[in-house]
Write a protein that binds this ligand. Structure first.
Ligand code: HEC
Length: 196
């Protein structure tokens, strides 16, 4: 590379890199109010799901609780979505219910969460927010990792799911992929979509 080219281009490249950084941090700050709303809605929905699940497990045991997960989880998602004015769903790389299979961006984010987790990140802090423009409108998509806890998750998502519980799950979900998880694994993510 000749000297004149370097003296011209290097400062220009520095300016361009700097402005790209600025644009990125501006848009992250711009999206934070949306992320804050989504974070709060996900917390409420996660709490409601855990409460129902724990009640069902304590009252009737895991086999009956599978039914509760099947009917109550989608109901809670619908209710919370309506209350918060956004769409909230759960997704995963390995799903029990095929309706929860990830779309392109969800898959990309889940793979990124899994990589960050493997690199030592704390699963409870993994989140991602981005703006998506298409069909003449702009939406905001927010994602929050769902880690696998030992209790109660492994009862139905661990490696030792067997007997009547396994039969019940297989009957309701013939294409179930959501077993074999270990404590601390990425189980999935909440996925939120809202208008900007
Ligand atoms: C009683 C059994 C049971 C327990 C315990 C349980 N799950 Fe599930 N889980 C299910 C069933 C059934 C579904 C499918 C729900 C549906 O049809 O939408 C499911 C679905 C999910 C999904 C949505 C993605 C998918 O695979 O379809 C996530 C995420 C999830 N569970 C996470 C957890 C976590 C985290 C815990 C522990 C806090 C947990 N589950 C405990 C039975 C259980």
């Amino acid at each position: 590379m000749n000297k004149r080219f370097t003296t011209l281009v290097a400062p220009l490249a520095a300016v361009l890199m700097f402005s790209a950084d600025m644009a990125r941090s501006d848009s992250a700050a711009d999206l934070e109010p949306y992320a804050a709303k989504a974070r709060a809605a996900v917390k409420t929905m996660g709490g409601a799901l855990q409460t129902k699940l724990k009640e069902a497990l304590a009252a009737d045991g895991p086999i009956a609780a599978v039914q509760v997960c099947k009917t109550v989880a989608p109901e809670i998602a619908k209710e919370q979505s309506k209350a918060a004015g956004m769409t909230i769903r759960r997704t995963a790389l390995k799903v029990r219910n095929p309706d929860n299979a990830p779309d392109g961006l969800e898959r990309k984010v889940l793979e990124d969460f899994a990589a960050r987790l493997a690199a030592g990140a704390d699963a409870n802090t993994l989140e991602h927010v981005e703006e998506v423009t298409g069909d003449g409108k702009t939406i905001v998509r927010y994602f929050k990792a769902i880690p696998t806890a030992a209790a109660p998750c492994l009862v139905c998502h661990g490696s030792a799911v067997s007997g009547e519980l396994k039969e019940t799950i297989d009957k309701l979900y013939p294409s179930d992929q959501a077993t074999g998880f270990k404590e601390g694994d990425l189980r999935g993510a909440f996925s939120v979509t809202m208008d900007k």
